[in-house]
Design a protein around this ligand. Structure first.
Ligand code: ZN
Length: 316
């Protein structure tokens, strides 16, 4: 069943690519893309990753963990039973513990059930710019279609792709749910951060199976550990350069192919996207509308609000 679902997901992504011409990384040949295509099952992992952690991944790095939503912003879609804000905080706090145990300096944009503006979250992240810092946003997905499921990881700047690849490789590889792939998209918190920034959608809370997983402390811990592993091993992500690739493939984390959604959207999610005034908004805006626009899941709840849609522009 899992394999079937995965096959469907994979087929869907190929179809999407064919139909929309979604660009794959231009630096990846077809053979390479195949080599690093999303997997149904995790590859064998090094048992002693600490032995190969390069200097740049060592705990001098500050990790800014951003638990999505909070306070009056529950996250998800209207009527959603499981509050996203609670799940994101649970995972974020576990990730904090995991990374602290590794020796990382950890900064939380929120550590309780409070609302934090997006501009504040970004400002916190950017204030650690000179500390080799990275920014990791934890979210869960939602869709009106209850069967929608799987793990997605988002990035925007090219400097963030290795981090996104490493986190996604472990989180999606270790999860008993479909791999929806790495996606490039201009969410506000990803666009405005000047340090490597990634947003992980840890599954759909509107999917009964994944909602059950998300509420289990074992699974939350698993997510935190896989994200933590990705953070630790982000410097091991295979280079796209031909010279390094062959040697790298056996010992490093594969660079993940990605779907570029800066101009196109997943058909599954695009039906209900929100039209947006494209170029004006800035970090100063703090309305809840603004807030909602920050999350990939927000698009799914917005279909009834606005009919028109701004072409190809993401303001989140
Ligand atoms: Zn969210």
């Amino acid at each position: 069943m899992r394999r079937f679902v995965f096959t469907l997901a994979l087929a869907g992504s190929f179809i999407a690519t064919a139909v929309y011409g979604l660009p794959a990384p231009s630096s990846l040949s077809a053979r390479e893309k195949q080599a690093v295509a999303p997997r149904a099952t995790p590859a064998p992992r090094p048992q002693t990753p600490t032995a190969v952690i390069p200097e740049s991944s060592r705990p001098s790095t500050a990790v800014v963990i951003d638990a999505g939503h909070g306070g009056f912003d529950r996250g998800g879609i209207p009527g959603q039973r499981v509050p996203e804000k609670k799940m994101t905080l649970d995972v974020a706090q576990r990730l904090k513990a995991v990374l602290t145990a590794y020796g990382y300096r950890v900064v939380m944009t929120r550590d309780s059930d409070v609302f934090v503006r997006l501009g504040t979250r970004v400002a916190i992240a950017n204030s650690y710019r000179d500390r080799d810092a990275i920014f990791v946003c934890i979210h869960f997905n939602a869709a009106r279609r209850g069967s929608a499921n799987g793990i997605e990881t988002y990035f925007y700047s090219s400097q963030s792709l290795p981090l996104a690849s490493a986190i996604h490789y472990y989180v999606a590889g270790g999860a008993p749910t479909p791999n929806r792939g790495v996606r490039r998209r201009g969410f506000y918190v990803l666009r405005k951060t000047t340090i490597p920034a990634v947003l992980v959608e840890c599954g759909f809370l509107t999917n009964a199976t994944e909602a059950n997983y998300a509420q289990s402390s074992d699974y939350q811990q698993k997510l935190a550990e896989e994200i933590g592993r990705g953070i630790r091993e982000r410097s091991l992500v295979a280079s796209t350069s031909a010279a390094n690739r062959l040697a790298a493939n056996n010992t490093t984390v594969p660079l993940q192919p990605f779907i570029d959604q800066t101009h196109y959207r997943d058909p599954d999610l695009a039906r209900s996207k929100r039209g947006k005034r494209s170029s004006k908004s800035s970090s100063k805006s703090t309305s809840s509308k603004r807030k909602h626009s920050s999350d990939s899941d927000s698009e799914k709840r917005s279909s009834t609000r606005k009919k028109k849609s701004a072409p190809a522009q993401t303001e989140n």
